[in-house]
Design a protein around this ligand. Sequence first.
Ligand SMILES: Cc1cc2nc3c(=O)[nH]c(=O)nc-3n(C[C@H](O)[C@H](O)[C@H](O)COP(=O)(O)O)c2cc1C
Length: 205
Amino acid sequence: MTFLSNLQWRFATKNFDTSKKVSSADMHTILEAIRFAPTAYGLQLFKVYHIQNPELRLQLREKGFNQPQFTDASDLLVFVARNDAMSRIEEMLHTLSGGDAGARTAMKGYEDMMKGDLGRYSDTELMTYGSRHAYLAFGFGLAACAELQIDSCPMEGFDSAAFDQILGLPASEHAYGALTIGYRAAEPAQPKFRFSEENIVSVKA
Ligand SMILES: Cc1cc2nc3c(=O)[nH]c(=O)nc-3n(C[C@H](O)[C@H](O)[C@H](O)COP(=O)(O)O)c2cc1C
């Protein structure tokens, strides 16, 4: 199977086989693909919550239009954006420099560039900025599932404020997407639809 044939094989799975569990090794691979997604400045202004508590999953389902994937998939990941950009910059530079003052000074130019750029944004704009990080990682997770021939459903059909509240997120975090992961209980009901390459891609020669 090739990367492209796996993308054609995958579909937004509505009904998961509740008897099948994704192995922890495969979940680790999917989570690593998410972690290795590139983000602007490498800041990774997002988090992933791996919801393993059945009661929490039920509560999330109730705030997700009762979509069965929330409880029936083997695994549930919630992608959360964060807008605490300044403290994230500090955390990144501290980690990169290993606490070494000289190494930290050598990164001053990078620090000033990031702080100057992101310092222009309001908290709301930073959350949107972080959501782009979260969505890119979301896509990497989705593609990793396909590559492993594990089924998944990307989901944003839920009350995100209610998700924030159920998950007890701080004000600097906001839920954007959920990825339910497992094994299909049935083949897709509809053939895959995509617009043509010509429709999507405009060549400017
Ligand atoms: C960001 C995003 C949110 C989505 N939300 C839902 C959802 O809440 N429930 C659902 O059943 N499908 C959801 N979908 C699945 C899409 O409807 C599906 O990916 C699209 O129709 C293409 O079909 P395919 O994924 O089977 O190729 C979502 C997809 C994306 C990318």
